[in-house]
Design a protein around this ligand. Structure first.
Ligand SMILES: Nc1ncnc2c1ncn2[C@@H]1O[C@H](COP(=O)(O)OP(=O)(O)OP(=O)(O)O)[C@@H](O)[C@H]1O
Ligand SMILES: [Mg+2]
Length: 263
């Protein structure tokens, strides 16, 4: 469904060497699957995700989605092709002075849906998918983080995409709310057959939701494995970064404080 071939993305930096955010990444994501992309901050995850809909055009390499080579399209063709790719951004990116329903309608407007009543019906449908209809006339500031994220999912689903790109969709949420948001993504994948790509720094999220995992470090895709492996007791990732991400908990060296040391 999604095919990334030797994708490299470099950002020019004035007076310095360019930042290579993504370096020679190739990845095949089958239709209807959930692909996790994991790595630490700055690993290039968001850039790679944005490469998939060409929000960030790769410097080198090819991107194919649903049989269309996006990298070869002109602007208008690309605008059309993007309708089948929904995106949930890191942070919620809702428009604060529009209601929930209007936020979702807006994405349909951007997608070129000119008929207002069609937009309203589709927006209402999308809100229903994530059970947030009762907040249709509320403003983003009146919603909890989990509710905002559900609106962001509704907005991405309103154009009936075949692919849903999710950038850290749960990083601002507590564990319970994370579970509900992930459940909605799982339902959308199963019921609507939407191919999901999810970027996260939490192995728990991958373990709960993904079919396959790609580990990124320093712009490179360093390791890939089926996420079912994470449930096997004898499984150890090949790379140290993979092993680190899999290890649970946070460890902090607090040294010896003056008070602690004296005791
Ligand atoms: N528009 C840009 N201009 C210059 N450098 C950029 C730009 N966007 C990203 N970078 C750089 O590219 C690298 C990868 O950034 P990216 O946002 O893809 O990382 P990430 O894995 O998503 O990190 P995080 O987990 O913190 O969101 C970083 O070094 C970042 O500073
Ligand atoms: Mg990011």
């Amino acid at each position: 469904m999604i095919s990334l071939r030797n994708v490299t993305t470099a950002f020019a930096a004035r007076g310095k060497d360019p930042v290579i955010a993504v370096e020679d990444v190739s990845l095949e994501i089958p239709q209807g699957s959930i692909q996790g992309i994991i790595g630490f901050s700055g690993a290039g995850k968001s850039t790679l995700l944005r490469n998939i809909n060409l929000l960030e055009r790769p410097t080198v390499g090819e991107v194919e989605v649903a049989g269309i080579e996006l990298t070869s399209l002109d602007d208008e063709e690309l605008r059309q092709a993007r309708h089948q790719i929904g995106m949930i951004f890191q942070g919620f990116n809702l428009v604060n002075n529009l209601t929930v329903l209007q936020n979702v309608e807006l994405s349909l407007k951007f997608a070129g849906e000119r008929n207002r009543s069609v937009r309203q019906v589709r927006a209402a449908e999308a809100l229903e998918i994530v059970d947030i209809t009762e907040k249709a006339t509320s403003y983003p500031a009146q919603l909890s983080g989990g509710q905002k994220q559900r609106v962001a999912i509704a907005r991405a689903l309103a154009t009936r995409p075949e692919v849903l790109l999710c950038d850290e969709p749960t990083s601002a949420l507590d564990p319970f709310t994370t579970a509900t948001v992930l459940q909605y993504l799982a339902d959308v994948n199963r019921d609507l057959g939407i191919t999901v790509v999810i970027v996260t720094h939490e192995m728990e999220v991958i373990k709960a939701l993904a079919d396959d995992v790609a580990v990124m470090e320093g712009g490179r895709l360093v390791e890939k494995f089926p996420s079912a492996d994470l449930h096997r007791e004898d499984f150890t990732p090949e790379t140290s970064i993979g092993r680190y991400l899999m290890s649970e908990g946070i460890s902090v060296d607090r040294g010896l404080s003056a008070a602690g040391g004296a005791r």
